[in-house]
Every structure is written in structure tokens, then in C-alpha cells.
Design a binder for this molecule. Structure first.
Ligand code: IMP
Length: 423
């Protein structure tokens, strides 16, 4: 049996949570492989809205087992809050939510370090979600981190104290003013750890590979998007993990030859939250309209998202880096009502027209070149069959498919599970 991947192809917030939720009925196991509470996966069903941060989006499915893989970073405080928010669903977490012993822990001081680093950067700040993601991955690669499995070790407290003290010295080094009550933060952390320890810790690479051998189907759920990948994204305005397909191998312990389908999720337009270059960003009425209709506010931080036209240069790049086999286009309904739509098909880069995603996409170097399309007026949100989709939308879809050379298999026309059209 192969493992399928589901990845965001833009700057995150493509709607992965919804699609995992739609697809979970086909899978025995849903596994998260990178990122942490910086993610906000929104699921809407039965009139309720749920936002998950670290817990995989298969948690509402009756039989699916959810795995938090070794590549994920876990903040016990936020994790406890997430579990508490799910209490009304009477989920048996001990059997349905398994945690990799090799996943790294976000300490309260990692969050403080994130804040200190961002403050010290001033105007050049990344626009981090301030969840401690960067500092935790720095400790991981710096070989100083603490992992879930360490919670079971006799010297846990000693190691926790030593790392915390080191962090405090580092915070002082930044020389920025930060208000915090360490005792309070530690008490909150201890509460979170207590709750986390009630869950089942596993050697997840062993668990997942055995599951594959036993014919189980696995869906790996990515967080953030390809353009936030630490290697291939718009560095340094990226997150600190590999959000692309390769990240699923290192974040779960799955070999590349075990990967089957790669589902790539993208919005019919583009959004970005936080700082960093965004070639097709709109600063006019069209951008305001997209933000308003698409309710473009971050699921984790509530920050307004920047909006712009679909960027095919970036999309092709993401499809290539990830080996995408099927595409899913989200939020098509948000584009209803525009007379004219634009898709960026190449960049003018330092005076030359290019069709690949270059080293630097800062606005002083890149100007998008657009093709124009006729819009559609129909409200898509009540549509359930592909035959109902307006001709101009079908033209828009066909153009993307032809350019990217990958079929669009799902067209999403609203946030609810039911508003999903299969092609
Ligand atoms: P960090 O991962 O919190 O350090 O944030 C780094 C950058 O990635 C910032 O620009 C964030 O806004 C962005 N980012 C992180 N997680 C997400 C996400 O789940 N969706 C969209 N943007 C994100």
C-alpha cells in the first residue's frame, strides 16, 4: 500500500483541513508530518466551525487513527486547549490520536525567543505567528531540543530546566523588552504536559511502516504551503520546516518509493499572511473584494490576509517540487461577480520575461505578466454537480490544467464539506 500526500501549493491557508476532512473516509490513518500550532486547519460541518492546529484533520472521522509525526513540533499548552475544545465530541483520544516520541516540544521560552527575535528584527520581521516554531526547529537542528519521548525519561526535569535557563540568557542577549511571568508559563506548561502524557506515545515510523505492510491506507496532511518551505519558499519569509513532499518522508520516516498520489491544494486566487514578497498581490478594489468575500483572516492569528490573482509561475514551481498528481481548486465561489479575472503566466524579471520561479521575487525585481479571462456572475455555493459550473469557470479551469499539466479533480465552492464538486 502507498501513502498519499496532501499539500498546500501556495503560502498556506489553501483549505487543506476541509479537503482532508472530505477525504478521510477513504483512509485508515491521517498523519501530520511538519509544522505545529502555527497551522490553523478549518473544518466546517453540521453548521459548526472547528479550527485544528496540531491535531490532524481526521480526528472527526469515526474510525481513522490520527498520528502526529516526528516532524511536527508540539506545544503542550496549545495542544491541551485543542483537546479541551474537542471534549463535546467524546473522541477516544487514547486510541485515535497517537503521538510520535520523536516529535519536538515547544517550550514556553521558545515562544518568548520567537517574540524577542521578531522584535529585534524590526521592519525586517518575518511576520511569524509567534508560536515558537522557528526557535524549536533551531533547537532541533542545533541538537539541543527536547522530544516527546524525553517526557518518559528520568532526567526530563533537569534537561527542561537547563534548556529554559539557556533560553533566558538568549532572550537577554536580544536586548528587547519582553514582559513575562516564567512561573506562570511553567505551570501552564506542566498542565499541558500532564494532559499530553494521557495520550499514547508511539515510535511512529515503525507504526506507519507496519501499517503500510498490513495494507492500511495513509494520508499525510501537510501544513502551511510550498512557498513557505524553508528550502524552496520565499526565504527568509518562510516557516522553519519542509512543507513540500520531501518533508513527509523525513517527518514520518516513510521512504520516497512508498509515496503514491500527491494531492496539491490551491486557491483559485492567492493569499499570504505575514511579511514577504507576493508578486500578484492586489492593492485595489479587487483585492479588497477577495478579502471580504473570501473572509481572508488568519485561522491562527486573526490577521488579515493579503490577496492577489492566481500565480501560475509559482503554482507550476510548487507542482514540480512536490510531484503533484492531482489538483484541488479551493474557494472558486469567491471569484463569482468579477467581470474580468487575471492569471499570472510569466514574470518580467530584471527586464527579461521568464516562466520559472527565480531566486528572488521581491517587487523591485519581478513584475507579473497576466492573461485575462471573462468572469462569471453565478453564485456557485449551492452547486453540487460539475455540469452546473458556468462556462467561464470551466474555461478558467481548463487553462490552468493545460498550463500546469495536472488535472483539477476537486472544485470547492464553499467552506462546508458538502460544497465540494468532484470532477
Ligand atoms: P512561523 O511559522 O510562525 O514562524 O511563521 C513564518 C511565516 O509563515 C509567517 O509569514 C507566517 O504568517 C507564515 N505561516 C506560518 N504558518 C502558517 C499557516 O498555517 N498559514 C499561513 N501562513 C503561515
Amino acid at each position: 500500500m502507498a501513502i498519499n500526500l496532501l499539500l498546500g501549493l501556495q503560502w498556506g491557508d489553501e483549505g487543506k483541513g476541509k479537503i482532508v476532512d472530505v477525504l478521510t473516509r477513504d483512509y485508515d490513518i491521517i498523519a501530520r508530518f511538519q509544522g505545529g500550532p502555527n497551522a490553523g486547519h478549518t473544518l466546517i460541518f453540521d453548521g459548526y466551525k472547528h479550527v485544528l492546529h496540531t491535531i490532524p484533520s481526521g480526528i472527526f472521522h469515526k474510525t481513522a487513527v490520527n498520528v502526529v509525526g516526528n516532524g511536527v513540533v508540539i506545544d503542550p499548552v496549545i495542544f491541551k486547549r485543542e483537546l479541551d475544545n474537542l471534549s463535546k465530541f467524546e473522541i477516544d483520544f487514547a486510541t485515535k490520536l497517537l503521538i510520535s516520541r520523536k516529535a519536538h516540544l515547544i517550550l514556553p521560552t521558545h515562544r518568548l525567543l520567537d517574540a524577542a527575535s521578531e522584535t529585534a528584527k524590526g521592519k525586517a520581521k518575518i511576520g511569524s505567528t509567534l508560536k515558537g516554531i522557528g526557535p524549536t526547529y533551531m533547537d532541533k537542528t542545533g541538537r539541543n531540543g527536547l522530544r516527546v519521548g524525553d517526557l518518559e525519561m528520568a532526567d526530563w526535569q533537569e534537561r527542561y530546566d537547563a534548556l529554559t535557563e539557556k533560553h533566558i540568557r538568549m532572550i537577554d542577549f536580544y536586548g528587547v523588552k519582553l514582559e513575562y511571568d516564567l512561573k506562570e508559563l511553567q505551570e501552564e506548561f506542566d498542565e499541558g504536559v500532564k494532559r499530553l502524557k494521557e495520550l499514547t506515545f508511539i515510535d511512529s515510523e515503525e507504526y506507519l511502516n507496519s501499517a503500510l505492510k498490513n495494507g492500511k491506507s495513509i494520508l499525510a496532511e501537510g501544513a502551511q504551503g510550498s512557498l513557505l518551505d524553508v528550502d524552496f519558499g520565499t526565504y527568509p519569509f518562510v516557516t522553519s520546516s519542509n512543507t513540500t513532499a520531501a518533508g513527509a518522508c523525513t517527518g514520518l520516516g516513510i521512504a520516497p518509493n512508498k509515496i503514491g498520489d500527491v494531492f496539491g491544494i490551491f486557491k483559485a486566487y492567492t493569499t499570504r499572511v505575514g511579511s514577504g514578497p507576493f508578486p500578484t498581490e492586489l492593492f485595489d478594489e479587487d483585492g479588497v473584494e477577495m478579502a471580504k468575500v473570501g473572509q481572508e483572516f488568519g485561522a491562527t492569528t486573526g490577521r488579515p490576509r493579503r490577496c492577489g490573482w492566481l500565480d501560475l509561475v509559482a503554482l507550476k514551481y510548487a507542482v514540480q517540487v512536490n510531484g503533484v498528481t492531482q489538483l484541488m481548486m479551493m474557494k472558486s465561489d469567491v471569484l463569482s461577480g468579477f467581470d474580468t479575472l487575471k492569471i499570472c503566466t510569466s514574470y518580467m524579471y530584471k527586464g527579461e520575461e521568464i516562466s520559472h520561479f527565480p531566486f528572488n521575487v521581491e517587487p523591485e525585481n519581478v513584475r507579473p505578466v497576466y492573461s485575462e479571462f471573462k468572469g462569471w456572475q453565478a453564485d456557485l455555493t449551492q452547486m453540487t454537480e460539475k455540469e452546473q459550473l458556468p462556462k467561464n469557470l470551466m474555461d478558467y479551469i481548463s487553462f490552468i490544467e493545460k498550463e500546469v499539466e495536472v488535472p483539477i479533480k476537486i472544485v470547492s465552492v464553499g467552506p462546508d464539506r458538502k460544497q465540494t464538486i468532484l470532477r
